[in-house]
Every structure is written in structure tokens, then in C-alpha cells.
Design a protein around this ligand. Sequence first.
Ligand SMILES: Nc1nc2c(ncn2[C@@H]2O[C@H](COP(=O)(O)OP(=O)(O)O)[C@@H](O)[C@H]2O)c(=O)[nH]1
Ligand SMILES: [Mg+2]
Length: 333
Amino acid sequence: MAHKPLHELTVEEFVDGITGGNRHLLSRAITLVESNRPDHEQKAHAILDRCLAAGRRSIRIGITGSPGAGKSTFIEAFGLELLRHGLRVAVLAIDPSSTRSGGSILGDKARMEHLSSKPEVFIRPTASSGYLGGTSPRTHETILLCEAAGYDVIIVETVGVGQSEIVVNSMVDFILLLMLPGSGDELQGIKRGIMEIADAVAITKADGERAGIAQVSKADFESALRLLPEKHPGWERKVLLTSSLESAGIADVWQNIREFIDNLQLNGQLEQMRREQLRLLLYTIVEDRLKRAFFSNPAVAAAKGPVEQQVLSGTLSPFSGAMQLLKLGSGLA
Ligand SMILES: Nc1nc2c(ncn2[C@@H]2O[C@H](COP(=O)(O)OP(=O)(O)O)[C@@H](O)[C@H]2O)c(=O)[nH]1
Ligand SMILES: [Mg+2]
């Protein structure tokens, strides 16, 4: 492709393009955000600063659940529902396995076939680049770019591996947890942490022979949710039955999210939540920068292997090892 190299486009060209709805430039700006090159990063942040100043707002929805829970298929049906309401939709599909194979992303694209062909829709598969569960400050920055591009609803798909949802929780307004029919027994274990951050649960694939068991799961999850502490005071978390294949219950999910947003807007919680998101982004960026600066320090890079070996062989304690590295890095110890 005969694109101008990224560095040749000015910040103004990027910002005008993004805010003017140019999907190609939005995509290239996201590539800058994801780049590790210092000049790219600098440019990305200049673009982000200008984009934030545009002050556009969206509804940000996190969709989480185990692999195979039906997230991508749900987003296809849900996205089409949003289009019927005249909304523009951005989808950030984050897949931790994508760095290795790329295969699952292709699968996701296929599952969002109708959605991805619409001009009002922007779909961006995002490689996790080593972050737990695939979310990073970059995901948040990408959300901000999509917002500046005028997308009304931004959907972030993450695989439910535990920690990633907690991170996503800091950048979206609403978290929808997708669960398979008959998964009620998972309520005892690891899924509890994820349940605590969900604003609603959708039982997926409630069609065909699974319809009956989906009803049972709905009741299981409803009672489990009642036992959890409130996430947002005054918001009662619902369990909804959905079938993406039959487009059933999809409109109810959107209705539920609208109610949630209206509810939080009325009592000022939405504003508070947005401020909290910015506060967390501030510190996430600081931590991310410190960490990268530290590990890219040549002295640290050289000592890391040997120190690690000594810790593993028991000749050095992890604490002393950490201090050695920190001293080499920046005198932080
Ligand atoms: N019967 C039925 N199957 C579904 C439904 N939604 C998804 N599936 C199937 O479940 C599998 C996993 O779906 P996918 O969306 O890729 O799940 P993800 O890994 O959570 O993104 C696919 O084979 C889908 O065709 C549904 O509503 N009903
Ligand atoms: Mg998927």
C-alpha cells in the first residue's frame, strides 16, 4: 500500500482526520498509540491531547466472559441493534492469544461479518502485547481516540481470565458479563471476582435445547448477585437471557444499559465515574512509563538475567535482587 509514512502526517492532519470521521487515519493513530517507538509515542500523545480537547462523549461498554461464551457473536447482534438506533459503533476486540497466532482475531472478524461491513462501524482487533488479559493504558488511549472520532458506543471485548476485567473496569462505564447456560456451578470459584464488577449478566445461547437450562442459570445468577455487595448504589444488576443467533434479548440488554446510564447521570455518579477513569489513567501511564524506562535501562537489562538466576538458585533473596536492580536502574532504592 502506498501510504505516506506515519511520521510524515502532521498532528493537525491526524486530528482533523479523526474528528472528521476518517477511519483510516483513526486506525493509523491507534497504530501510533500501540507503537513502542519514542517518536510515535510522542506524536500519539500530541494527537490524544488534541482529541481529548474535542470533549466528545460515548457510552463505553466492556463485554467479558470465557472463551466460547459467545462474546463476538453477541457483539455482532448487539452492534446491529445499536445501528438500528442510528448509533455509530466502535469495537475493540482484545485477545491475549492474538500475539501468537492471530487466528482467533480472524475468527472474531468472521463472527462480526455483517457488522464489520457497515460504514458506521469501526472494528479494531488489538493484540495484547504482553499485558495481562490484553488491556493496557493503550486500550484506554484507543478508547479516547474512538470517542474523538464520534463513535456513540464503544465496545471493548475481553477474555475473562480474571484480572483483565478489573483493568477494563477502570475504562468503561458498564460491564456486561456473558455466561453460558449451565455455568452456574462456576459461581463458587474464580468467577466470583468477575461477578463483582459486572453491571449485568447475560446468559448467552438461550436457544434450542439450551433454553430450559438457561432459565435455571438465570435464577442461579440472580440469587448470586443478590448476595454480592453493591457496585453502584441504587443499581440493581439484572440477569438477561439472550440468543445472538435468534437476536433474542439483545434489545433488552441495550435497554438495560440505557437505564443504567440515565440512572447514574441523574445522581451524578456518571461524572464521578468518568473523573475516576481519568485519575486511574493518569497513574497507569505513570506506572507504565516508569516500568518501561526501568527495564529498558541498559544496566538493568544486563543485570536482569544474572540476578534472576541467583534468586532462582537461592543464593540471593528476591528482595535483595530487586534492590540491586533498582539501584542500577535509577537509584530508586
Ligand atoms: N446456539 C447458539 N450458538 C451461539 C450463540 N452465540 C454464539 N454461538 C456459538 O458459540 C461459539 C463461540 O462464539 P464466539 O462468539 O466466538 O465466542 P467468544 O469466544 O466468547 O467470542 C461459536 O461457534 C458461535 O457460533 C447463540 O446465541 N446461540
Ligand atoms: Mg471472541
